[in-house]
Design a protein around this ligand. Structure first.
Ligand code: NGQ
Ligand code: ZN
Length: 454
């Protein structure tokens, strides 16, 4: 038993004062008392909010962030970026993958993320042959989570290059499995994870470009217990056009017509959805995984968040291509996309939560936690004590009325505003510092030089 005490904490009912959290030995919140005194509890040095779930990460892409902003073609696009991405993906050794991932996860803790769903599709050797241990690369991801972040490992089924079962390109060889090899990998990972308390396993389908309906059916039939299912969808217009040419339907329309999209489903991007698709996704309680800084960077488009949230839709946020690793930046750009489109201010809020930052943060944390299958996303009993402690000494927080705290951070502050990060009742980051940071950072520098100068 352990107890924590905060003068201010953001609970599902709003900001509360003088809050005491009682945790069990697994870091799960057993009890919350408000308007109380510490009674020997450890005092947290600032306002406390729930840690954020990162619902969509390809950690290795951190090495490419900011290296694709030089114009190569008059018409640079997602698809030309993807060529650069594939070149990197085809060079990485298991050790390099682990080193980059561990560093990215350290940055995630610094950016306010206390758990991450890794959408992992790098499975084989560059020539497409399995490693002697077929789950070698996925186990590198597991190892990298030793920085103390919660991990939802999503091994990804990737079989085809495009709609209608197109043969994969040589540059995609590392990604490719059929249903049988995929399920064998899934099983091996279940064994490798064993009883690790901060790790959850779930299935993922890369996209409608990369898998066939019968494969989705077979995988879901083989994994009836799964509580989460992730998939990219409708990110680029070309993908919408390709889906229509192949099936006569838009991607989300196609999916809705064939699967009951319950609360287990997390659809990544879903950028190009119409009003009918928005309403139906919301009604079926699927989560959308929005990655606004990546979607802006890749020229994907703007998700119609106002329409989706008004329909009661659930969402989480993800750092995806890692061009930014900051929960605040994702939420800021989610709101700014809507403002730029509407030519108005303050778009995403509700009558009970008029603070844009508070509305976005609490919904993304709760929706994200659910989407990644971890008991996180709110300071509530039964949830894990994944917490962010804001720095009450930070100048912009001095005198800041409680209702503006999150807006100060999301719209005007930076990472310095995060004073401590807690995962499962353990402090993993204090003043931006992590006990392993020197080693983790030095290893990343070494790998970056090997790959970029080698
Ligand atoms: C990915 N990235 O899975 O990393 C993809 C590109 C592909 C985004 N969708 C790879 N943002 O389409 O094969
Ligand atoms: Zn992605």
């Amino acid at each position: 038993m352990q107890a924590l005490y905060a003068e201010q904490a953001l609970l599902p009912s709003g900001w509360a004062r003088n809050v005491r959290l009682t945790l069990d030995c697994n870091g799960i919140i057993q009890r919350i008392d408000c308007n109380t005194i510490p009674h020997g509890a450890r005092r947290l040095p600032g306002p406390v909010i729930p840690g954020m779930a990162n619902v969509h990460s390809h950690a290795f892409q951190r090495l490419l962030a900011g290296l694709t902003e030089v114009a190569d073609y008059p018409d640079d696009s997602f698809w030309t970026w993807r060529e650069a991405l594939y070149r990197l993906a085809n060079r990485l050794t298991p050790e390099q993958l682990e080193t980059i991932t561990r560093y990215a996860y350290l940055e995630m803790l610094r950016g306010g993320y206390t758990s991450v769903a890794e959408f992992h599709y790098l499975h084989h050797q560059p020539n497409g042959h399995a490693y002697a241990n077929p789950s070698e690369l996925a186990e590198c991801i597991l190892a990298a989570a030793d920085v103390g972040i919660g991990l939802t490992l999503l091994p990804v089924l990737y079989t085809y290059a495009d709609f209608g079962g197109q043969m994969p390109a040589p540059t995609q060889r590392r990604f490719i499995n059929d249903v049988a090899s995929y399920l064998a990998l899934y099983d091996a990972l279940k064994r490798a994870i064993g009883k690790r308390s901060l790790v959850v396993l779930g299935p993922a389908f890369h996209s409608l470009r990369a898998v066939a309906q019968t494969q989705i059916d077979s995988v879901l039939k083989a994994l009836p217990q799964t509580e989460i299912i992730h998939m990219h969808i409708a990110e680029q217009r070309r993908e919408v056009d390709g889906c229509r040419a192949w099936s006569g339907q838009r991607p989300v329309e196609w999916l809705l017509g064939r699967f009951a999209l319950d609360a287990r489903w997390c659809l990544i991007h879903a950028t190009h959805v119409n009003t009918v698709e928005c309403a139906e996704l919301a009604r079926q309680q699927a989560t959308v995984g929005l990655c606004p800084t990546t979607e802006a960077n890749l020229g994907d488009g703007v998700f119609p968040a106002e329409t989706f949230l008004q329909a009661g839709g659930r969402f989480g946020i993800g750092s995806d291509s890692q061009v930014s690793i900051s929960a605040a930046a994702e939420l800021r750009w989610l709101e700014y996309g809507q403002r730029l489109r509407a030519e108005r201010r303050n778009r995403l809020w509700s009558p009970t939560q008029r603070s844009v930052g508070e509305y976005l943060y609490t919904h993304a944390a709760d929706g994200g936690g659910r989407a990644i299958g971890q008991p996180v996303g709110a300071i509530a009993s039964g949830r894990r004590a994944d917490l962010i402690v804001l720095d009450s000494e930070y100048p912009l927080l001095a005198g800041c009325p409680t209702e503006h705290l999150l807006n100060r951070w999301l719209f005007a502050g930076g990472k310095q505003l995060i004073r401590e990060v807690w995962v499962a009742g353990a402090c993993v980051l204090s003043h931006g510092h992590h006990p392993g940071e020197h080693e983790i950072t030095a290893a990343f520098r070494r790998v970056a030089r090997q790959i970029l100068n080698g």
